[in-house]
Ligand binder design. Structure first.
Ligand code: SF4
Length: 336
């Protein structure tokens, strides 16, 4: 009887190697890949395409799972805290494994496979973290990490003889030399560097996210918005994002939703989207901020504004914002 397993799969090399090592032992592998809300948008599409292509090359079925609202709760209140920035890696891995476990049950698969390498990443791949993750996801003994298995306690599939421990590996740490050798053996080419692209590991994005959480504005729409442009926390209840170039201006416009404040300069310049409570004082500040980023006269600056999807009106900004005042609205670790 063929043994089936679910693999946590990505575009990276390690999960492909994990699949190959399992296939070598006759295991039928089905992949699950997570589409995360905090992935870099410009890298996201490319990564998704590579993941699909890799699954095809490996001849495995692939299920894409979109992480949305429920995942936000993990970022807000992570069991086991955050990494260096707002990355809740341990809770995030537990969540992924819980989803993989659901698929495992649905498919009547016997275990989970992960391409994790002991000690490769600072938070979630330490020995104690792997144990916590396994226990909390209710998968004790049921996760096989083929690249590091010989350094870890034998899993149930190894003890039961579903797979041979001897054919697994003892790779640890950040060096990739042994993975590259394995890639050569399995003729896997064109692989990227491991993972990356999670915005929660970046300090500035984490500050913006923290600001949204603090302001009770932490939702999917706002997360899409703060991935673009320059972010200003005008008040606890009103945020402004200013486009940095033509492409971002267009992307911001595509994200505009009902009730958003839209600002455009009359002359060449950025587009800004303001979201939250539209108090006069906040609108005035938003107008001054967009004027700061527009070329042209310093005083009596003309800006077009509208409340989406309403009509455009004209406003005159008496004085552009100064650099000093502007810095008050930027998010900094000292004011979050
Ligand atoms: S880096 Fe991001 S996606 Fe990866 S485990 Fe951590 S929180 Fe999750």
């Amino acid at each position: 009887m063929t043994i089936k397993a679910v693999v946590l799969f990505s575009e990276g090399l390690d999960s492909s190697l994990a699949v190959k090592l399992m296939q070598e032992q006759g295991v039928e592998v089905v992949a699950i890949n997570f589409i995360m809300p905090f992935s870099h948008e410009n890298k996201h599409k490319k990564k998704k395409n590579i993941t699909i292509q890799r699954a095809e090359e490996l001849k495995i079925k692939l299920k894409l799972y979109k992480a949305e609202k429920e995942y936000l709760q993990i970022v807000k209140n992570p069991r086991y805290g955050y990494g260096k920035n707002l990355n809740p890696c341990i809770a995030c891995r537990i969540w992924m494994l819980e989803k993989a476990k659901e698929l495992m049950k649905e498919l009547d698969a016997g275990f989970i496979v992960s391409g994790e390498v002991l000690g490769q990443r600072p938070m979630s791949q330490k020995r104690y973290a792997l144990k916590i993750i396994e226990k909390e996801s209710g998968l004790e003994g049921l996760i096989v990490r083929p690249l590091s298995a010989k350094l870890l306690d034998p899993s149930i599939p190894e003890k039961e003889g579903w797979i041979e421990r001897e054919k697994l590996f003892d790779i640890s740490g950040r060096s990739r030399t042994r993975q590259f050798a394995l890639a050569k053996r399995f003729k896997i080419t064109n692989y990227d560097n491991p993972a990356g692209g999670c915005l929660l590991t970046e300090s500035y994005f984490s500050l913006k996210t923290k600001d949204l959480i603090k302001s009770n504005m932490f939702n999917m729409n706002n997360i899409h918005l703060i991935k673009k442009g320059r972010y200003f926390s005008v008040s606890n209840s009103f945020k402004l994002v200013v486009g940095r170039d033509k492409q971002e201006n267009e992307e911001l416009m595509a994200l505009a939703g009902e009730g958003d404040l839209i600002l455009k300069s009359e002359v060449k310049g950025p587009i800004a989207i303001g979201r939250g409570e539209l108090e006069d004082e906040y609108i005035r500040t938003a107008l001054e901020i967009i004027a700061y980023y527009c070329k042209g006269q310093e005083n009596n600056f003309k800006v077009k504004f509208s409340i989406f999807p309403g009509e455009e009106k004209d406003a005159v900004v008496k004085d552009k914002m100064t650099k000093e005042r502007l810095s008050k609205y930027r998010v900094k670790s000292s004011n979050i």
